[in-house]
Design a protein around this ligand. Structure first.
Ligand code: ADP
Ligand code: MG
Length: 590
């Protein structure tokens, strides 16, 4: 058993003992623990949303309120069983979260945080002004939960329910993060270009993260209503929404267990400060808010990764057990016949304002061919890549893949058709292992989503994806490094990792943007060998590269660009002999 697994078991045993060993007169601490559990559930959602997917919400308290009020109102007014209201509350929450996400997540930037602030504020005032919800007094006399005949009317009995759910949620989250769906969520954090190039539907992934976070908050609200036995708007306002975010940041926004630490520290500190500070100041007031504000600034300045990062540094690095040796290989795409035109770029044009970055460029790439695309910096090579891969829409012109127009398709749709690429500036998930980064490339070769991941029903598929990732890493000579954190690799190795990631997609067309930059001679030779091998397997490669020895010794044909325009196309010999090219490009190099 791994140390992490043992820690979890020890933690659960300690939890189970807490109500047993806590004496009656210390009931207060049971209550505290219950609140910490309730908050932890909400903060789990923020870890997923903010820590993993990079989206910020100030509105989680409002989702807690939605869960709490649904339970309270339905039980009190219609006598609906709490075991039913939890699902109704979840349904309400899902609808509210979907609408919010749908409207705001298509817009980039700060629309989501702003929308969640508006949502947090408006729900608070709505709850406070609706007669049937008791206005600011709220709803009183919510019955205790009845769990198979046992009435949960003490803090102790409630403790078990809350913490069982916390542990289950933590385990489900941990499973999710270690899955195809989890990798897709992490991939959207640094912008959507890379994730979309891997075939991830980034909009959908963001909506999913937002809804999941809201659902966790809603469950917490349901528990809250039956634990407190009353609800009123104040715990569901914007203040609390900010406090949840504070808990997440304090604990460590990227860590599942950071949520627990954050919720625990804030709850206990708040309670102590609420007693201590007014005494010190000599009059009453919410001074703890000031302390929290200062703390937050200090955290962001000196310990941005939160308290759990210090614990995490002491734990052994997560190292995936290699359990995929026997996994059957993933099904492969049919390859076009040798010599068939795979990519046909015709009069492709891209203007940025007045600048013509790509000026009516045409070329073809055939199956089993390496085409070099060269030219000085700023010639328009990377922009051409972006036109082919759907990252940028072309101003005019056509791009065809195996006879099918792709120039108006989204990036991920083009990826699905078999186009894989690397980036001139490496785009990866630095906190994930090399293996997981490469497995992201095989995203479209799996299908399991969030529920299967949480329940670990995706393991057979995962083994297949991991086996493929390892195979590609070995092909590129990086098998030894698969368990390394990608962010720790040298730049050259990161580039090679990107190639393995692209290959894991089983592409028919591979676009490499300066793959040899930062590689040592030996690595360059290895890379050239791999490309020759791939070509032998019928893959088509479009290669942008500045190392002329590498290009000229490897490619079948070369296209030379300058100032967005195609200068010449031909075999390496023809191109090297051309005076125009010498003047424009090679002359400056040699
Ligand atoms: P290369 O990859 O050949 O070095 P690029 O395709 O990156 O060249 O750039 C071609 C030209 O287009 C450059 O002048 C660059 O400044 C410009 N350019 C590239 N991307 C953008 C963009 N998103 N917005 C405006 N100008 C751009
Ligand atoms: Mg470039």
């Amino acid at each position: 058993m791994s140390l992490r697994r043992i820690s979890l078991v020890v933690f659960v045993v300690i939890l189970a003992l807490v109500p047993v060993v806590t004496p009656e007169y210390k009931e207060f601490w049971i209550t505290q623990a219950n609140y910490i559990g309730l908050y932890t559930l909400v903060v789990f959602g923020l870890v997923l949303l903010t820590g993993v997917a990079g989206l910020t919400s100030f509105g989680q308290a409002a989702f807690v309120g939605l869960g709490a009020y649904s339970a309270a109102y339905l039980t009190l007014t219609y006598g609906v069983s709490p075991w039913l209201t939890v699902w109704i509350g979840l349904a309400f929450t899902a609808v509210a979260a979907l609408v919010l996400a749908w409207v705001t997540l298509r817009m980039s930037g700060h629309y989501l945080p702003l929308a969640t602030i508006a949502w947090g504020l408006s729900l608070f005032y709505l709850l406070g002004n609706l007669d049937f919800l008791g206005k600011y007094d709220g709803l009183l006399g919510i019955p205790a939960l009845n769990f198979f005949g046992k009435v949960l009317n003490t803090g102790r009995s409630y403790f078990y329910l809350i913490w069982t759910l916390v542990v289950l949620a933590a385990v489900a989250m941990t499973h999710l993060l270690d899955s195809r769906a989890g990798r897709a969520m992490r991939a959207v954090k640094g912008g959507s270009t890379m994730a979309e190039a891997m075939g991830v539907d980034t909009f959908r992934v963001k909506v999913t993260a937002f809804v999941l976070a809201a659902l966790l908050a809603s469950v917490s609200g349901w528990l809250f209503a039956h634990f407190q036995r009353t609800v009123n708007p104040s715990p569901f306002g914007l203040n609390m929404g900010i406090e949840y975010l504070f808990m997440a940041v304090l604990g460590g926004i990227g860590y599942v267990w950071g949520a627990l630490i954050g919720a625990g520290v804030v709850q206990i500190l708040k309670d102590q400060l609420q007693v201590l500070l007014p005494k010190l100041m000599g009059n009453s007031g919410n001074y703890e808010i000031i302390v929290f504000g200062v703390l937050l600034v200090l955290m962001l300045q000196y310990a941005r990764d939160g308290l759990w990062s210090f614990v995490d540094a002491l734990l052994p690095r997560l190292r995936r057990k290699v359990d995929w040796a026997e996994a059957p290989p993933l099904p492969a795409r049919p390859r076009p016949a040798h010599g068939e035109v795979v990519l046909d770029v015709r009069d492709a044009r891209k203007e940025f304002g007045g600048l013509v970055a790509v000026n009516d460029v045409s070329f073809q790439v055939k199956a089993g061919e390496i085409l070099g695309l060269i030219g000085p910096n700023g010639a328009g090579k990377s922009t051409t890549f972006n036109l082919v891969t759907g990252v940028l829409p072309a101003t005019s012109g056509q791009v065809t893949l195996l006879g099918r127009r792709i120039d108006s398709l989204a990036s991920r749709k083009i990826a699905r058709l078999g186009v894989a690429r690397t980036f001139q500036h490496v785009k990866m998930i630095p906190g994930m292992t090399v293996l997981e980064n490469v497995a992201l490339g095989a995203h479209l070769r799996g299908r399991h989503g969030v529920p299967a991941a949480m329940l670990r029903l995706d393991r057979a598929e995962e083994r297949g994806l991991m086996k493929e990732a390892e195979r590609q890493l070995q092909r590129i000579g990086m098998g030894e490094l698969m368990h390394e954190q990608a962010g720790n690799l040298a730049l050259g190795q990161q580039r090679l990792m990107e190639i393995a990631r692209a290959l894991a997609a089983d592409p028919i067309l591979l676009l490499l943007d300066e793959p040899a930059a930062g590689l040592r001679l030996k690595e360059k030779e290895g890379l050239a060998d791999v490309m020759r091998q791939l070509r032998g397997e019928g893959l088509s490669i479009l290669l942008v590269e500045h190392d002329m020895d590498l290009v000229m010794g490897l490619v079948d044909r070369v296209v030379v660009m300058e100032f967005g325009t195609k200068l010449i196309e031909g075999t390496p010999d023809e191109v090297q002999a051309s005076p125009a090219v010498r003047a424009a490009y090679l002359g400056t190099e040699h």
